[in-house]
Design a protein around this ligand. Sequence first.
Ligand code: DER
Length: 226
Amino acid sequence: ENIVNSKKNAGNYAADLVIDGNIVGLGTGSTVLYTMERLSYRIKEEGLMIKGVPTSYQTAVRARNLGIPLTTLDDFPKIDIAIDGADEVDSDFNLIKGRGAAQTRERCVAAAAKQFIVVVDESKLTKKLSAVVPVEVIPFALAVLCDKVKSLGGNAIVREGVKKDGPVITDNGQIEVDCDFGEIDNPESLETELNNIPGVLSCGIFTEFKEKTVVIAGNATGIEIL
Ligand code: DER
């Protein structure tokens, strides 16, 4: 119950940072859904005029159902604000994302944004990143990735579908590999290592957006802006 309220508090607060005319990056996941619901309310009640760039098929469907007008990075290669969730946030604003297997497009949209708003319930805050790192890879390079992860002391598991036999297929038509490194001492270098493996589209470690990031941490009674 508290987690739901925490996510709602964070998501709603972020939606109120959006202003008329904004092109808004719409992240993926349950927390940013609250942001989208609040934006939908503001569009209907205040006549808020925005366009959203969705980071996943799921977010695009949800946005359409909520009456949020959509556009693309083709039309707006630079956007005003991106609002997205995260699986873990450390005290330096290094993030782990990708539980929803959407981190590749999430990274594109976060990079295109002037301001990056991360909405999390406070349970996602940690001193040191240690969550599993999702990595999107073309199947052709799967074994190469697994070997590299092993050499880096990690354990790589292909993300299997729940209601589909075989691997999860991402919105980009590729597969997602969950790489467990335990505690991550140097997120920047691990991010570079993983992203530079030939065949990898992107990993879920985000360390390059710190300067433009605001973290909204929700709790049962409100929010904390970090
Ligand atoms: O997949 C993602 O990167 C999502 O943003 C995810 O990390 C956050 O999802 P949640 O808001 O449902 O926890």
